[in-house]
Design a protein around this ligand. Sequence first.
Ligand SMILES: [Ca+2]
Length: 489
Amino acid sequence: MPISKTFATWLIAMSLLLSTSPLFAQDSTQKSANEPPNIIYIMTDDHATQMMSAYDDSRAETPNLDRIGQEGIRFRNSFCTNALCAPARAVLLTGKYSHKNGQLMNGPKFDGSQQTFPKMLQRAGYQTAVVGKWHLGSAPTGFDYWNVLPGQGVYRNPVLIEMGESKRHQGYVTDIITDLAMDWLRNRDQQKPFALLYHHKAPHAQFVPALKHESLFTEADVPFPATYHDDYSKRAAPVQKATNRLVPDFIKKWTAWGQRFRKESPGDLQGDELRNWMYQQYVKDYKRIMVSVDENVGRLLDFLDETGLTENTIVIYTSDNGMFVGDHYMYDKRFVYEEALRVPLVIRYPKGIIAGSVTDAFSLNVDYAPTILDFAGVPIPSDMQGRSLRPILEGKTPSDWRRSFYYHYYERPGSHNVARHYAVRTERYKLIHYYSNDWGGEPAWELVDLQNDPHEYQNIYNSPEHQAVVADLKAELNQLREELEVPAE
Ligand SMILES: [Ca+2]
């Protein structure tokens, strides 16, 4: 029948029209469900878990950083694989350990010609940007936009290099990096998904708070960490020879910085009074600097809410490495001890993570690149050594998830006379090999029982009743080194 044929043709034409129309409700929902997520990866520099209140509220108050975990997931056991700035950044970009990406230590320039996850996201249609601390020597590659600090950068009135051009900014570095990150978000191509690496200098030395935060925490002493009186007497020899103590090591730097930024002086203080004075100065400035980070991350989260980006944006917060903030009477990082090894890790993605999730699964910084690629729908290259955290975020931790991992610190000659070492950490033990003699003594092994000795005071490597454990851990260490293709020293 001609009429019904015409009607049928009209019906088909209309349905085709509607199915391609952005105004058609069902299609719009479909598109939203399949939309690739945006990614904001926030990384601070030297922020320790014990200075984030979601992990430990005895010394820290970080409500906005904590909020990411409360609205998403918090990893209770997140670690770096080489606790040092430039190496950790190379691990992030490549999803590979230091011996594979070539960035063993600070100093040498990162080989930016190699495979990195931002390049892969670009090829998949993402627009990519890095703003803030870079610290890899070579110019960023794989980013449509970059605006980074030269080297370590400075806290006040910093210079940043925008796509190769140096510009000085007036103000405080953490505010400026956040402003620049938000400017880029405002001006981005709205038709494409984005990945933004928003990297703070804070709270890395030298410790200079924002002017408006300078007088915070002056009223009372900050509590001392449980390990403050560690005397290292039962540790491996290289630990005893490290020069990372608040007094006498850190106070020399502090005094030099003080000439520019501070009026405080230790005066005639001696002994314990001097030690405690130094700790209070250090921890208070660290806290002041973190107040600025917390405020600015809060500003960014509010911006995402106001611009409707929250729902489809994965927000990751972590630090490149942990830190001794007077723990063991140390400062800096490098050692495989818990305070430097552990990093905060909280991730929010309203579409994919149940708010308030917590996990004990071991995550490593080699996992970030594969995780981001996984969410972006980009196949994970087989030469990346990390594993996607996505199943953990979705509440389905694989039964074969790692229960041990490998760590390797390489820098030599490095600061603080920290001996080069590698280690295996399991749920209960840590076996460390200080394999060189260039720290001023013989190579040494150290075994720690984290269950009976959570503060790692005692090396039990030579204890007769632990020799079976030592043998098992050496086998585990060798297997990990083989799997990861670590070259012999
Ligand atoms: Ca660092």
